[in-house]
Structure formats: C-alpha cells, structure tokens
Write a protein that binds this ligand. Structure first.
Ligand SMILES: [Zn+2]
Length: 594
C-alpha cells in the first residue's frame, strides 16, 4: 500500500468523508455560537424538575443539546487525528475542550436534580404528562447510583476540581510518545509508534535490542511514571470515598450494574485453567526453536501469510465472512465501504492505531492504516463490528442507544472469529490457514491470558490506595513481576526490564476497563461458535443483542442471548477452544514443515 507524503496527496477513495458532520469550519463556528446560546438557556432552568411539563421540556432540549455537543467533540478529534500537525484542528480542539468544561460547570445541577426526584413524584409526573413515560427506563438507570450522588454544590465543586485530571494521562502520553529518546534501531529512530514493528521483527537480535533500549529509557523515568499513576488513581479513589463506595471497583462498575466479584471470578477461573496457555507457550518454543522464551519472543507472530489484498478484495472477504449474519448486517458493511466511512490512507501526521467513532445522529467513521495484509483485514472487520453495532442500536432513542462498555467489544471480536473461520474453510493456502488460526490464538492470548496479570496488578494498586497507602515504582515492579510469573510459569525468562512494563500501560487511567476485554473475548468465542454451528434462532437473537442499546442492564442483555456470567462456563469454554486451536495449529504446522 502506498505511503503518501501528506493527506493532501491521498485520493478520495482512501479517505473518510467528514462533511456529513460539518461542511467546513464556518459551519462549526456557527454551531458553537448557537450552542453557547442554548447553554445559557438551559443553565437558567435550575427548577426544571418542579413540574411535569417543565421537566419534559427540559429533558427534550437537554438530549438534543447533548447530541449536538457530541457532534462538535467528534468532529474536532477526528479532524485532529487526520493530521496532528494541522494548526486549525489544534485550535478547534482547544476551543471545544474549553466549551466542554463550560458545559460541565454550567449544567452540574442537572444530574443531582434528576437524582432527587423521588419514586412517588416520578410516578405522579408520568400520570400528568404521558410524554415523560419514554424517559422512565433512563431515569431509573440513572437513579441506580442515587445513594452515591451528592448535592448540586458538591457536584459542581468536584467538576471544577477534577477538570485537570486528564492531564496525568496527557503528561504520560507526551513523555512516552514525544519527549523520551529511545535511540536508533537499524538506523531508524525508535519511537513508541514503531516499537511494535521492531518488537515483532523476525530477527531475534533486533527484538532483543528494541526491548532493551526501550525499557532502559522507561526505567530511568520509572519514578515519574509511578507518581503520575499514583496521583491520578489517588484522586479516583478519593472521589470513590466521597461518594461512599465501598471500594474503587464498585465505583467503576456500579454504573453498569456489575458486581465487582466478576473480576475475581474471571481471574480465578483463568488461573485454575492455565494449562492450555502453557501448551501454547510450548508451541511457541517449538515454532521459534528456542528452549526458553524471553519477553521479546512473545510478540512475534507464529504464522504470517505473505498474501497481499487490495481494498476491493478486503471488502469481498469481509462481506463473505459476515454473510452468515444476513442482509441487514451486510448492507451496513457495504455502505461503510461505498460511502467513505473508512480512512485507509498511510501518511505522516495521521494518528496511528485503529478505532471506530460514532454518535447517534451520524454514521460511524473508522480510522486505520491499511497495509494490505491479513492484519489489516482483521482490523477493519473488528472496527466494522463496532460500526454495525452502533447502526443497529439506532433503533432506540438517543438516550438509550449506547452499548455499555462491558458489552462493546463483543460485536468486534465476534467478527474477527468469523473472519478466521471463513479463511480456514475457504483457503487452500496452508500459510494463510495458519495465519487465521494464529489470529484467534492471539485474540484469546492477548485479551484473556495477558489481561489477567494487568487486572491483578490493577486490583493491588486500587486496594492499596483505597487504604491510603502510597504506590511506588518498586511496588509496581515487584507486583507486576509476581503476577506475570504466575501466568507465564517457567516458560519465560524475566529480566529486570520486563517488570517495568507497567510504565507504558496507560489503561490504568481508565480504571477496571481492561478486564472487559477478557470477558468479551470469551463471550465472543462462544457467540461465534453458535453462529458458525447455526444454532437454532441464535443469529436472530444475536442481531437483537446488537440492537439492544442500553434499555436493559448488560447482564440482562447477555442473558437474553443465552449467556450467563453467574458461572464460569463461558471462560472454561473459551480456554478449551484455545487449547483446540493450539493443537490444530501444531498439526497443520507439522504438515507444512515435514
Ligand atoms: Zn474494539
């Protein structure tokens, strides 16, 4: 795939089209001015919950306002991700961030006021004004955390005092991504964005050098990193205490009505069933012909297909892989390719990585960098899973259309499993088949097994901070090493550098988020196998699942799909499937190499 010098050179069919959100900067400015006026209006309505008509008017306006604000936020970050050096986009981002703070402060009274509406009063309001019935579900879910909400003045204070909380992550990113100097590899500067390329290099010496250079630099700054994480998480834990949560796990999960015991069960089940993961590490040693693995031997793919695919071929493969989900689903995918929802191009200045961004009033947009390999197809089919999920959820009103973070990765990971299944069944090329199996192994290894030690370390950190203990770099180092060794066993040699991996694990800024990948990958494996085996009426149930939005709690939505997290079955099944994949890989690998 061609590497362009700048975005201006990229042909239209490789770029996303954002004019559906705003035609130009002038339209953006106009929108900001209008919304500032609306904000003034809304902020005057402090007594909006005094009678049923005022309440209905306020909520109707409030939700429309929220969606419009989201369109500004979305547009500004998509523009910046197109090209981080674009001064106009940088200025817009700053402006929108400030406006966001202004909104938060001016509307800080809204949620506490809604929280204070008593059940009886709400029943009476709905009787008086039938137009309020549509908000019933939404309000009940909001009031679920009623006991943890504080009065309006305190909420405003918290908003004001926590405005800069995101700066910890920003400082961390600035250090990792632009300020630290990691030296050169093969004449090229080593950076956080090309680290992955080098650490996956087939040449072991290059991998070793990459790992050593990278972590040597991070290690020098470990106290700075520890202090950034500690200070952010200290704030998070203090707010949890002020809101009377019994621990920060509860504070992070109560909004989804998920019991924090789920994390403990996931960790325990995975550790009790760790054998298949060790079989996988054995397989890795066999394929790489090594007696012992070092951390830098864990990232290199065990199989790679040399095939290259055009964007048109990618579209065909993706449509065929997902055709099993039916017409409604595949028509969304077709439109995504045909109506420029996806930004494929490769040029300097574009944000690395991949994501799908979506809000209610507009179709989703996907950012990625297309390399023409099987990984690119996996990336696109993953992001299209988010896009289809978002489109199907639009069957709900805006305030009930968001898929909970606990469920959000299921649609995307399921698609990746379906892609591998399609390739395995339809490709004659053994190398391509191995790459497809490896993709599934990698999904489960990355999202389940290696998430577990991060989840355990995260538990340690929060439990200690909640008890008012300080978290030092030594604490993070020792505990990370301990948990890693428990999962990886004696298969991996840990040098000093492998215990500073926490320095770059910026997901700690999104507390208790990572374990959701672990539950999701297990659920997705189960969903995909039911789809592939054409279990009766399951596909319809799955499409309903994708369209369910937030009408119900995540665990209820899962239960409608026939999946329960009350028992550890779904985890045990996923690990068993992982074991089968290890054996399948080994057999084909032997065939190819004999
Ligand atoms: Zn995703």
């Amino acid at each position: 795939m061609k590497q362009y010098k700048s975005r201006n050179e990229v042909p239209e069919n490789e770029k996303w089209d954002l004019t559906h959100i705003f035609k130009n900067m002038k339209a953006v400015e106009l929108k900001i001015n209008n919304l500032k006026k609306e904000l003034k209006e809304l902020s005057k309505q402090v007594g909006f919950a005094e009678n049923s008509n005022a309440l209905q008017n306020f909520l109707d306006q409030y939700f429309i306002f929220q969606e419009e604000v989201l369109s500004l936020e979305l547009y500004s970050f998509l523009k910046l991700d197109e090209d981080a050096t674009n001064q106009e986009s940088l200025k817009l981002k700053g402006k929108i961030d400030n406006f966001g703070n202004e909104i938060e402060i001016n509307l800080a009274f809204v949620i506490p006021t809604l929280m204070r509406i008593s059940k009886n009063k709400w029943k009476q309001f709905q009787k008086e004004n039938k137009n309020l019935i549509k908000y019933n579900n939404w309000l009940m879910q909001l009031q679920h955390e009623k006991e943890h909400s504080l009065n309006a003045k305190t909420e405003e204070l918290i908003s004001r005092l926590t405005q800069t909380m995101n700066s910890y992550e920003d400082i961390c990113d600035t250090l990792i991504d632009s300020e630290l100097d990691y030296g050169y590899i093969e004449g090229e500067p080593l950076t956080s964005s090309n680290y992955r390329k080098w650490i996956m290099n087939e040449n072991r010496d290059i991998r070793k050098k990459t790992s050593e250079q990278y972590f040597e630099v991070l290690k020098k700054h470990k106290n700075t990193f520890a202090s950034l994480y500690y200070n952010y998480l200290k704030n998070f834990n203090e707010i949890a205490k002020i809101r009377h949560y019994k621990n920060s796990q509860e504070a992070a999960l109560k909004g989804s009505n998920i019991n924090e015991k789920i994390i403990d069960q996931l960790i325990k089940t995975t550790k009790d069933n760790i054998k298949p993961f060790h079989n996988y590490l054995e397989l890795r040693k066999e394929v790489l012909q090594l007696d012992l693995l070092h951390p830098y031997d864990l990232t290199i793919p065990l199989a790679k297909s040399k095939k290259e695919y055009t964007i048109e071929e990618t579209k065909e493969i993706i449509l065929k892989s997902l055709s099993i989900l039916g017409e409604e689903y595949t028509s969304i995918i077709k439109t995504a390719f045909e109506d420029n929802w996806i930004d494929f191009a490769n040029y300097k200045g574009k944000k690395s990585g991949a994501y799908c961004a979506h809000i209610y009033n507009y179709h989703p947009n996907i950012l990625m960098t297309y390399n023409g390999d099987l990984d690119s197809i996996s990336t696109i089919i993953h992001e299209l899973g988010h896009a289809a999920n978002a489109m199907l959820s639009k069957k709900n009103p805006s305030y009930e259309s968001n898929t909970d973070m606990f469920l959000v990765e299921i649609a995307s990971l399921t698609n990746e499993f379906l892609l591998s299944d399609y390739i395995l069944k339809n490709s004659e090329d053994k190398q391509e088949q191995l790459a497809a199996i490896y993709n599934n192994l990698h999904l489960i290894k990355n999202n389940l097994f290696t998430c577990i030690y991060d989840a355990e370390l995260e538990n340690d950190i929060h439990n200690n901070i909640f008890e008012d203990n300080y978290i030092s770099a030594e604490f993070l180092q020792e505990n990370m090493l301990k948990h890693k060794q428990e999962i990886l066993g004696n298969h991996v040699v840990h040098g000093e550098n492998s215990s500073v991996g926490w320095t770059v694990r910026t997901h700690y800024f999104r507390p208790f988020y990572l374990f959701k990948y672990a539950t999701s990958v297990c659920i997705a494996a189960s969903v995909a196998s039911k789809i592939i085996n054409k279990e009766e009426s399951f596909i319809n149930k799955y499409l309903d699942f994708l369209a369910s939005g937030s009408k119900k709690w995540p665990l209820e939505i899962l239960s409608d799909l026939g999946i329960s997290l009350e028992t550890d079955q779904v985890y045990v099944d996923a690990i068993k499937y992982f074991d089968e994949l290890v054996n399948q890989f080994r057999n084909i690998y032997k065939e190819v190499n004999e």
